[in-house]
Unconditional design. Sequence first.
Length: 352
Amino acid sequence: MPSDSPSQPSLRIATYNIEWFTNLFGRNDVLQADDKWSSRYKVNRRAQLMAIARVLKAVDADAIMIIEAPDTGGDRNSVRALQNFAEAYGLRQSHALSGFESHTRQEITLLYDPDVVTAYHNPKGARSNGQSIDRAPRFDSKFRYDLGVDGQRAVHTFSKPPLEVALIHKPSGKALRLIGVHAKSKAVHGAKGAAAVKIAVENRTKQLAQCVWIRQRVEDHIAAGDSVIVLGDFNDGPKQDGLEESFKKSGVEVVLGDANKPATHLKDPNAQIWLDPMQGWALSSARFYHAGLGWYVNTLLDYIMLSPDIAERATWRIYHPFDDPKCFAHDPLKNALLTASDHFPVCVDLDL
């Protein structure tokens, strides 16, 4: 484990969006470690698999929320795929856990070390068909909510239902609630002009409703005395685009909660930096090639938010290949981060 102090057991939790991980597996979740191209630009499948394994070993987290995990459906199973991967590359995180099946080819799956933690899928909330206004229904059902955009209470769903995990840290006996998130993307995918604006508004509306839904679940957990960790890819962040002004807040700020209510406000110092755009710099967890600019752009999309009871003795880190000095100085890790995905791992160490 990452702690140097046996008197204070440390737990390391990470989130990592691995670009099109599912395309590295064939039927029955057999690894495709060959020279054929992966879905990463000019990266073959063997190279991407090896890079992912190197990154996961470097992060060395006790539990990793994998975003864009291999899909489940037909002859495919996300848990089996990740466990096959862990066995093939000798990872100590040998067990995996999924929740409600995604409606896409990307799952949210927890990869973890069974010697350090126990974990099981533990969804909360009642089933809802969206006909009535239900608070924080189960994440595989429907949520009726009015964001105040058009005066109508729209019905919202998750294409990738959040993964709710009841996790126990074995050395300390500490129980935690994890909520793995892959929120709706704001991308307009090639649309232009008025059509692009319309799609952007629709996407942000869906995303914000999802974040309200998650925030309601967080508030219920905190009210019950639970220690909560919300982590994953939010496809958003404070002050990231002009449309945010029309909606008052980003989805990230919605899930964090009201800073004037510290008892229920989640903490993520990386997100907090984004709230001050005048400083002229910001952290990032993802790097994309922008065809229009002919340039790589960086943005912060991945977060680990902690409830107040566990946030005070926590340390965050983003494994950025250029901005993290330790990653930049270590060429094998730097190259692996650039080869494995367009996102980079975010982790937090908790002294429990």
